[in-house]
Design a protein around this ligand. Structure first.
Ligand code: NAG
Ligand code: NAG
Ligand code: NAG
Length: 267
């Protein structure tokens, strides 16, 4: 009896802590050869994650704890920032910039939706490259099922289209090297010097943006916006990522409620 109850206590000691911090988490690892900064951008009506910016030196990792109440938002890497994590060379797009100095939001974005813990609803994640991309990424769920699988997004700035029809070169260079690849819609509509600052409802811009009030999903999938070099390249290098709005090949990854994730940058 004595022995049995101490085994019971020992078992509790192992089980209880993992139950108490049953909190879900996302672990970010920087596999790049330089520092990156991670900043969760939470849904405006939801809970915020802390810290709001985390510097990760190369080879280092950090885990964001997801509140049991749930969390919805996105992450993207920023590079070449100052000591406060501001004025980055890459990724200083809204809201991490003052309006005049904003970069195009051509970032490799990873989005998560965590419902409340243990409520039976699925956690969803996906990769959004509809505005462009910067560095490669992968998402690894702790437990896989159906669409909840490891997602590799092995994009490279070397394969960013250099001759995208009338849009030309989609790369943005800073200090002589390519730092981001603009999706056609951003090249078309983002103000100079990055893009052409043209109206997203006119000309080819209509097919690149596929704004719901202008173009139906079917029209969008059957027109030039779905057939650009950019889209082909994203589908090749980042098979389940969304490359344009209404992208059929983009996929939501639906995971069970209690799954944890690893997100690696520069894979
Ligand atoms: C992950 O799941 C999606 C959806 O089922 C599938 O299209 C994709 O091929 C899978 N990826 C891998 C690497 O198995
Ligand atoms: C880029 O070049 C500018 C001007 O020479 C310099 O001030 C800046 O520090 C450089 N940035 C990086 C990240 O090398
Ligand atoms: C995944 O979740 C999304 C969003 O809730 C839903 O629209 C979709 O049908 C789900 N997919 C699967 C395969 O369950």
């Amino acid at each position: 009896m004595q022995i049995r109850s101490s085994i019971f206590v020992a078992a509790l000691a192992i089980i209880v802590p993992s139950f108490v911090d049953g909190a879900r988490q996302i672990k970010f690892t920087n596999k790049c050869d330089k520092s990156i900064w991670i900043s969760p951008l939470s849904h405006p009506f939801g809970l915020q994650l802390t810290p709001d910016t985390k510097k990760l030196e190369n080879g280092k990792d950090f885990s964001y704890q997801i509140p049991d109440e749930g969390w919805t938002g996105k992450f993207w890497p920023r590079i070449g920032c100052d000591e406060k994590g501001d004025n980055c060379q890459v990724g200083s797009s809204v809201p991490f910039c003052s309006l005049k100095k904003c970069d195009p939001s051509a970032d490799t974005k990873v989005l998560f939706h965590f419902p409340q813990i243990n409520n039976g609803k699925e956690v969803i994640y996906y990769l959004n490259l509809m505005e462009g991309y910067t560095i490669s990424a992968e998402v690894v769920p702790s437990r896989t099922s159906a669409t909840c699988n490891k997602t590799r997004c092995a994009v490279s700035l070397d394969s960013c289209p250099k001759a995208e029809g009338t849009l030309g070169d989609l790369r943005v260079t800073k200090n002589g090297s390519a730092v981001m690849c603009l999706a056609p819609i951003l090249k078309w509509s983002h103000p100079l010097p990055f893009g052409f600052g043209r109206n997203a409802e006119e000309g080819d811009g209509k097919w690149y943006s596929c704004l719901p009030q202008v173009v139906s999903p079917e029209e969008c999938r059957n027109n030039i916006g779905a057939k650009t070099e950019y889209v082909k390249q994203v589908h090749r290098d980042c098979p389940t990522g969304f490359a344009y709005s209404h992208d059929d090949e983009g996929q939501f990854h639906n995971c069970s409620n209690d799954v944890n994730f690893e997100v690696n940058f520069c894979i």
